[in-house]
Write a protein of this length. Sequence first.
Length: 201
Amino acid sequence: MYRKCETKVEIPITIHKKPIISIKDEHGNKTSTNICFKDHVELQEGEGQSGLSYKWKVDNGYTLSNNTQDNITIHEQNKNVTQYKVTLKATNSAKCYDTTDYYVIVNPLPEVEIIADDNPVCEGEPITLRTNNVYKAYDWAHSNGSNGKSGSTLSSSNSYSTTTTAAYRQKFWLEVEDANGCKNWDTPTSLTKGTPTISGS
């Protein structure tokens, strides 16, 4: 006759809590955000947990100078890229980790072209400057000569009419804003020929 022997062994199992993370931008947007070409966006881990180590990765050949902080800044300089996928991996002291993705959508700058029906014109003649494209906002002004605006806004429509004077040899300047909030500017060539001086004998 055989007797059945049983032995019970208890093995303690420690279950570590897995971190739960997210990504947000400086405006609190999660999942994705839109930026303009030549702009930047600051991203950070969105849940605020402590004691985690981080590793960021951005696709499309983007190189991060430091990918182990809880935040990164993406400066968009590649006009051929329309979107970046950003991946964050966070690991706690127990080696448990979580990963999440975020998308940075890059919008191109609006194309700006100032059209002058007559350019150049003689001093004292009227001239109308316009742009054929439709934008959300327009800002016409004088140019400061260094790719910037000088003085107050002259017009907020898609055209600006004036009478040229000698001072208008300084270029005009137009900045537009499109539906995505992206801005770009243009400045035309000199508009005034100048008035000849006739002296008698």
